[in-house]
Design a protein around this ligand. Structure first.
Ligand SMILES: Cc1cc2nc3c(=O)[nH]c(=O)nc-3n(C[C@H](O)[C@H](O)[C@H](O)COP(=O)(O)O)c2cc1C
Ligand SMILES: CC(C)CC(=O)C(=O)O
Length: 386
């Protein structure tokens, strides 16, 4: 079955039973429904971005400036969206981005997300700041591909312990997020004084970690304040430096991908330091207000290191056509962020699966209509820049 069949399934269902799709196929409508279901704090925590929102808008505008140039009389009836990442064959060039504290959106949080992604063979990247433990999420993912995202603690014993747990639980690739060593200036969260972590949410992974717990006199359940006070300075407030990557290399025997790269120079340094990949990302515009659009950063990075590193992309992907554009500009695959959270809010695992199926169906159909049989054939000349 191709991803495009989802379109036919919706029409045929409607014709035969009168049933409409369970959720809108329009990401903006889904966000609006989610907004009505969520409280102000959780909604804005997910939807919000840094400062005036200029970076978040720039992310979208950069997609708008690029236009697909469809080619005719090409037989692209049969398409293969498959892609190989670090020796693993994936059915499509899409992963679910690491998103912390998903319990503020749905009680099943990362478990639901992992189940939905696994049902389509798509990797979901588990955040260090999850509402469920590494081991619980691994069990939920079953046979599905698993990647782990590290918020890198300033405590080597805790770092090594987290890596060893993730490896033991079957996570194959490590994504190290570099752009959020301290939180960006987020006006909505500040006005609502809403930060879920300070209430102990999203801390299931450190709070179940033997090396983290060893530094506490009482368990987090007995003394939440003390546990949060141990956690906060360990994870937040100070950046690591390039020389420290050796610790991760020595303690992770799979691929390591640096997330948050926006400059070709940093991408070259990543390659020089023995990394395997980068995610060109500005964290969905949540960190540096006025930063360049992530899509504008992609082509220079891909040109600089595309032959040395696996280049992934995120920030601003909303539609299948967006995925096509990012692939054409040099990404091997893209990470989807906020849209799947809206699916999670509206329908748990089914909602996340719905969002993924819509995105992949639209990608599949857009590829065919633009005359492309495989993602490997996409290149910058498939696009025109305004
Ligand atoms: C609510 C929320 C929480 C996030 N948590 C994390 C996280 O724990 N780790 C991480 O590396 N990135 C995190 N991100 C960033 C995403 O991984 C991704 O870079 C971003 O959402 C992509 O932009 P998009 O939302 O425009 O698709 C988070 C994003 C959101 C919206
Ligand atoms: C700061 C993190 C724990 C979560 C995150 O990455 C985000 O809110 O953007």
């Amino acid at each position: 079955m191709s991803f495009a069949d989802f379109q036919q399934e919706i029409y045929v269902n409607g014709l035969l039973t009168g049933a409409l799709p369970p959720h809108s196929v329009d990401p903006a409508v889904l966000e609006e429904v989610a907004r009505r279901r969520l409280g102000e704090g959780p909604y804005w925590y997910v939807a919000g971005s840094a400062g005036t929102g200029a970076t978040e808008r720039a992310n979208r505008e950069a997609f708008g400036r690029r236009r697909i140039v469809p080619r005719m009389l090409v037989d692209a009836t049969e398409r293969d969206l498959g892609v190989e990442l670090f020796g693993e064959r994936l059915p499509a060039p899409v992963l679910l981005a690491p998103v912390g504290v998903q319990s503020i959106v749905h009680p099943e949080g990362e478990l639901a997300t992992a189940r939905a992604a696994a049902s389509l063979g798509v990797p979901s990247i588990l955040s260090t700041m999850a509402s469920h433990t590494i081991e619980e999420v691994a069990a939920a993912a079953g046979e599905g591909p698993r990647w782990f995202q590290l918020y890198w603690p300033h405590d080597d014993e805790v770092t090594v312990s987290l890596l060893s747990r993730a490896r033991k639980a079957g996570f194959t690739a490590l994504v190290v997020t570099l752009d959020t060593w301290t939180l960006g200036w987020r006006p909505h969260d500040l006005d609502l004084a809403y930060l879920p972590f300070l209430r102990g949410e999203g801390l299931a992974i450190p709070f179940s970690d033997p090396a983290f717990l060893a530094g506490l006199e009482k368990s987090p359940q007995e003394d939440l304040g003390a546990a949060v006070l141990r956690w906060a300075p360990m994870f937040n407030g100070r950046a690591h430096t390039w020389d420290r990557l050796a610790l991760l290399r020595d303690n992770w025997d799979g691929p390591i991908v640096l997330k948050g790269i926006q400059s070709a120079d940093d991408a070259r340094r990543a390659a020089d330091h023995g990394m395997d990949g980068v995610v060109v990302s500005n964290h969905g515009g949540r960190q540096v207000d006025g930063a360049i659009a992530s899509l504008d950063a992609l082509e220079p990075v891909a040109e600089a290191v595309g032959d040395r590193l696996t280049v992934l992309f995120d920030s601003g992907v909303r539609t299948g056509a967006d995925v096509l554009k990012a692939l054409a500009l040099g990404a091997r695959a893209v990470l989807l962020g906020r849209p799947y959270l809206w699916g999670l809010a509206c329908g748990g695992a089914d909602g996340v699966r719905h969002v993924l199926r819509c995105l992949l169906a639209e990608l599949d159909i857009s590829m065919g209509l633009a005359g492309h049989r495989a993602v490997a054939g996409l290149a910058p000349d498939c696009l025109e820049v305004r």
